[in-house]
Design a protein around this ligand. Structure first.
Ligand code: BES
Ligand code: MN
Ligand code: ZN
Length: 486
């Protein structure tokens, strides 16, 4: 979806939208339209739409009303404006119209608010149709352009950053939506290289040889059942001089069969999106580079495929991680922590970050706890918790904090190695986080975000269709804006 800006006197497409605040139909609307909207119980509630047809210029115009809710909606205001834009592109994506004009005349919005409407429109207009070759014409998306007409002053400037963010979110969605025969460690890296080329980021890739030399036995143990070579991808955006960078680390299991502790067949196809953490990191790095964020950030993706095979690791195997700590692999399906622990050790050794935020589709248990509304947050630093919580609220990628502590930590002690990779049945998301914490150096502020319930949606949401949501990109971008760029 392309967003362009036009003045009110430029030629307009057939489909024109007006924004309507709650219970405030614009007085200049055609009397028939006003009465029709009332009859259809259109009140301007956020996300509500109403379609009218008008005779104009010897033809017919399609007039769409989109509700923006109350101007005094407080913290819901931005989400409401996004909803208005999103409702429009959702409604008209396959309408046959190629262009949608949003006429901001008399909307009373600020430039930032108008950009939120455009942002919602853009995000909700994204679909992954690459493999749908038999769509009939009326099933195919027709809408390719949103025209902002008479946008308030400051909209275009605000849109610049928002459009970079939208690119990042869309890139994440693309990586997540692709099947695992298309996106595997090597092709994930190639996609990132292609997409990030020319943006000014620095890319470093470790393969099997380098990771073997570094002693990443935990990550490599997961990878050894797969014919796909594992990769560690590092993307550096140095948009500012900082004493120490901030690190984002993502779980990139491009497919998780469970390994020898194999998962049941039903629903296993979902495990193509077990790289959603890495996808969010890659999309965030793209957004930061495109909007030239004034921050020093290193994004690391631990990329492996978890397969059962004659060469796969066995339950009971003991592996030595890069940190030197040994792990008894009780369950080969608890592979995400094994990938992350080596990625975490490597980023600390290589870049000495002050703060680390990892994102991972780590446990089914977090979905049992939080459903599909919040990501789970685990952190050793109350200040970081507050900042991430605020970034979650502001961005809409919400987080809910969980506890950590020694009583949970001892649940993963092993009789034969330094730790085992699973604890008892209960508290599974917490013991997974405790495992990761054992790899965090003293003095490093660290947060682990378990996003298993958030990267994929079975039904459409406010700014996404069903499928990949792009969760995490807005959250991290917001964190960078308010914490690192402030
Ligand atoms: N990738 C899964 C977690 C997951 C489950 C993500 C469902 C999204 C939806 C992870 O690797 C996993 O298998 N975790 C196990 C851990 C268990 C073996 C301790 C789980 O949650 O069952
Ligand atoms: Mn697993
Ligand atoms: Zn997994």
């Amino acid at each position: 979806m392309k967003v362009v800006f036009r003045t009110a006197d430029a030629p307009q497409p057939r489909l024109i939208a007006r924004l309507v605040a709650q219970d405030a139909l614009p007085a200049d609307l055609d009397a028939v339209v006003r009465e029709g909207a009332g009859a259809a119980r259109f009140t301007g509630k956020a996300g509500q739409t109403h379609e009218a047809f008008l005779a104009a210029d010897g033809g017919v115009k399609r007039l769409a009303l989109a509700g923006t809710g109350r101007a005094d909606a407080g913290s819901d205001r931005t989400a409401n404006l996004e909803k208005a834009g999103a409702a429009l592109t959702a409604k008209y994506l396959t309408s046959g119209e190629a262009a949608l004009a949003i006429d901001f005349t008399g909307s009373g919005l600020t430039g930032t608010e108008a950009a939120s409407v455009l942002f919602g429109a853009r995000l909700r207009g994204w679909r992954h149709d690459v493999y749908r070759t038999k769509l009939t014409d009326d099933q195919k998306p027709s809408l390719t352009e949103v025209i902002a007409v008479a946008a308030p002053e400051g909209t275009a400037a605000a849109w610049e950053a928002e459009s970079a963010l939208a690119e990042g979110i869309e890139f994440t969605r693309e990586l997540v939506a692709e099947p695992a025969n298309v996106i595997y460690p090597e092709s994930f890296v190639e996609r990132c290289k292609a997409r990030l080329a020319g943006t000014g980021v620095e890319i470093l890739v470790l393969g099997l040889k380098e990771m073997t030399d570094l002693g990443m036995g935990a990550l490599l143990g997961v990878a050894q059942g797969s014919v796909r070579e594992p990769k560690l991808l590092a993307i550096r955006w140095k948009g500012a001089e900082a004493a120490q960078p901030t690190a984002f680390v993502g779980k990139g299991v491009t497919f998780d069969t469970g390994g020898i502790s194999i998962k049941p067949a039903a629903g296993m196809e979902d495990m193509k999106w077990d790289m959603g953490g890495a996808g969010a990191v890659a999309g965030t790095m793209l957004a930061l580079a495109l909007r030239k964020a004034k921050a020093d950030v290193i994004g690391v993706c631990g990329l492996v495929e978890n397969m059962p095979d004659g060469n796969a690791q066995r339950p009971g195997d003991v592996v030595t991680s890069m940190s030197g700590q040994t792990v008894e692999v009780i369950n080969t399906d608890a592979e995400g922590r094994l990938v992350l622990c080596d990625a975490l050790t490597w980023v600390q050794k290589e870049y000495a970050p002050k703060t680390i935020i990892d994102l991972a589709t780590l446990t089914g248990a977090i979905i049992v706890s939080l459903g599909n509304e919040y990501g789970g947050m685990f952190t050793n630093d109350d200040g970081l918790a507050a900042k991430l919580d605020a970034a979650g609220k502001a961005s809409g990628d919400k987080l809910w904090r969980f506890p950590l502590g020694p009583a949970y930590d001892k649940l993963i002690d092993s009789p034969i190695a330094d730790m085992k990779n699973v604890g008892p049945r209960y508290g599974g998301s917490i013991t997974a986080a405790q495992f990761l914490q054992r790899y965090i150096d003293k003095g490093v502020a660290w947060a682990h975000l378990d996003i298993a319930g958030m990267v994929w949606a079975d039904k459409p949401g406010q700014t996404w269709d069903k499928g990949a949501t792009g969760y995490g990109v807005r959250l991290l971008d917001q964190y960078v804006r308010t914490v690192l760029e402030a």
